[in-house]
Design a protein around this ligand. Structure first.
Ligand code: NDP
Length: 394
C-alpha cells in the first residue's frame, strides 16, 4: 500500500474546511493530517483535531491559545497561535494543502506552503486577486502545483483537460445572481444583513454569501480566472445562471462550448483537487436532468452588480490594484456586517478607494509581498476614513 497523502487544511472550521474534512474522514487510510488551522472557533478546531489527530492545531489568534491548549491538553497534539504559527504550520512537509482561510489573511500561509513543492488546493481566491503573479511565480520556483477549488475555476480546469489553453476563445463564468437577483433596483439600498446572508443555491460562509449578492465574489473570480489561467480579460464573460448547475463554460474557435455541469456542492471541486489527476467516487448528488427540465441564463445588469465593472478596471490597471480592490472590499463588507454601511454603498466606497489610491505614487510597478501588505493596509484605512466621515458619495 502506498504512503498516506500528508494533508494540511488552512481554515478547517469554515465551510470549505468542513467539506474538505468530510471527504478526508470518509477515507482515513488514504490520508494523514499534518496540521489544521482556524480563527477563533477553537471548540470546533479541537473537535476536528481529536477526530483526525493532526500533529498540530493552530489558531490565528494569540488570545485563543489558552482555550485551545486546554481542550487538547494531554492528547499529544501540539497547539500554537498567531500569524507566525500559521507560517510554521505551512512549513511542515505536506503533499496536499487546502488554502481555505477567508480573505487576504489566506495569502501568506498559502504562499509559504508552496515552498514544500506539493499541491496547493486553492479555495482562497483572494490570494490570486491580491498577488497572483507572486503566487504563480512561487509555485514555479518550488515545483509546486496550484489546483483551483473555486467551483467555476475547477470547472474551467476540467473543461481544459486535453485542450490547449492558447486555443481558448472565451471563458464564461456562471453566477447565481445571489440573494437580490430579482429585487427591484431601487430597493437594494435597503437590503439587510440577514437578507444578504441567504444564498438561493449554495451553502457557504457568511462573507462569501454576501459577496455573491453584490457579485463582488464574481468580480474576484473574474480576476482569479485572469491570474490563474492567464486568460485575457476581454475573453472572460459572466452570465447569470440562477440554477447554478453549469459552473463555467470554455469556448473554442470551432464554436464548441464545453460546459461543466454538476450539483451545487463544493465537495465536487474539493474532491477533484484531492484526487487529481484521477477521478474517484464522491458523495455528491447525481443530477436528474429530466427532473431539472430547463436551465436559464441572463446577462448580468451592471447597475445591479457594479463590482463586475470594477473587476475589469482592476485588471486593466494591474499592479497592486487587485490588493487594493480586495482589501477595500473586505473592509467595506466588515462595515456592512457591522451595520455602518448600506449594501449598495459597498461598491461605491470600493470605487472611491480605488480612485483615491490610484493617484498615489508607489502603488504601481513590480509586485512584492511587502507592497501587497502596504496596499492592503492603505485601502482598509481609506475605507475607515471615508466611513468615519460619513460621506460615501453615490
Ligand atoms: P468561512 O468563513 O466559512 O471560513 C473561513 C475559515 O478561515 C475558518 O476556518 C475561519 O476560522 C478561518 N479564519 C477566519 N479569519 C481568519 C484569520 N484572520 N486568519 C486565519 N484564519 C481565519 O469561509 P469559506 O469556507 O466560505 O471560504 C473560505 C475561502 O474559500 C474563501 O477564500 C472563499 O472565497 C473561498 N470559497 C468558498 C466557497 C464556499 O462554498 N464557501 C466556494 C468557493 C471559494 P473560524 O471558523 O475559527 O472563524
Amino acid at each position: 500500500m502506498s504512503n498516506p497523502l500528508r494533508i494540511t487544511v488552512f481554515g478547517s472550521t469554515g465551510s470549505i474546511g468542513e467539506s474538505t474534512l468530510d471527504l478526508i474522514s470518509r477515507d482515513p487510510d488514504r490520508f494523514q493530517v499534518v496540521a489544521l488551522t482556524a480563527g477563533r472557533n477553537t471548540a470546533r478546531l479541537a473537535q476536528q483535531a481529536l477526530a483526525l489527530r493532526p500533529a498540530i492545531a493552530v489558531t490565528a489568534f494569540e488570545d485563543c491559545l489558552p482555550d485551545l491548549a486546554e481542550r487538547l491538553a494531554g492528547t499529544g497534539i501540539a497547539v500554537a497561535a498567531g500569524p507566525e504559527a500559521l507560517l510554521e504550520a505551512a512549513d511542515r512537509p505536506a503533499d496536499w494543502i487546502m488554502s481555505a482561510i477567508i480573505g487576504a489573511a489566506g495569502l501568506e500561509p498559502g504562499l509559504r506552503a508552496l515552498r514544500n513543492g506539493g499541491t496547493l488546493a486553492l479555495a482562497n481566491k483572494e490570494s490570486l486577486v491580491c498577488a497572483g503573479p507572486l503566487l504563480m511565480a512561487e509555485a514555479k520556483r518550488y515545483g509546486a502545483r496550484i489546483l483551483p477549488v473555486d467551483s467555476e475555476h475547477s470547472a474551467v480546469f476540467q473543461a481544459l483537460v486535453g485542450e490547449s489553453i492558447a486555443e481558448v476563445e472565451r471563458v464564461i463564468l456562471t453566477a447565481s445572481g445571489g440573494a437580490f437577483r430579482d429585487w427591484p433596483l431601487d430597493e437594494l439600498a435597503g437590503a439587510t444583513l440577514a437578507q444578504a446572508s441567504s444564498h438561493p443555491n449554495w451553502d457557504m460562509g457568511q462573507r462569501i454569501t454576501i459577496d455573491s449578492a453584490s457579485m463582488f465574489n464574481k468580480a474576484l473570480e473574474v480576476i482569479e480566472t485572469h491570474e490563474y489561467f492567464g486568460i485575457a480579460p476581454e475573453k472572460i464573460e459572466v452570465i447569470v445562471h440562477p440554477e447554478s448547475l453549469i459552473h463555467a463554460l470554455v469556448g473554442f474557435p470551432d464554436g464548441a462550448l464545453m460546459a461543466h455541469v454538476g450539483p451545487a456542492d463544493m465537495r465536487h471541486a474539493i474532491g477533484y483537487a484531492l484526487n487529481w489527476p484521477d477521478r474517484r467516487a464522491l458523495p455528491v448528488e447525481r443530477l436528474d436532468l429530466a427532473k431539472i427540465g430547463s436551465l436559464t441564463f441572463r446577462t448580468p445588469d451592471e447597475r445591479r452588480y457594479p463590482a463586475l465593472r470594477l473587476a475589469r478596471e482592476v485588471m486593466a490597471a494591474g499592479g497592486l490594484s487587485g490588493a487594493l480592490f480586495n482589501a477595500a472590499k473586505e473592509r467595506a463588507l466588515d462595515h456592512f456586517i457591522a451595520g455602518t454601511l448600506k449594501f449598495t454603498d459597498m461598491a461605491v466606497l470600493v470605487e472611491q478607494v480605488l480612485t483615491q489610491t490610484a493617484a498615489e505614487s508607489g502603488f504601481r510597478g513590480a509586485l512584492t509581498l511587502d507592497k501587497v501588505r502596504v496596499a492592503d493596509q492603505v485601502a482598509r484605512q481609506a475605507v475607515d476614513q471615508i466611513v468615519g466621515r460619513g460621506k460615501v458619495l453615490a
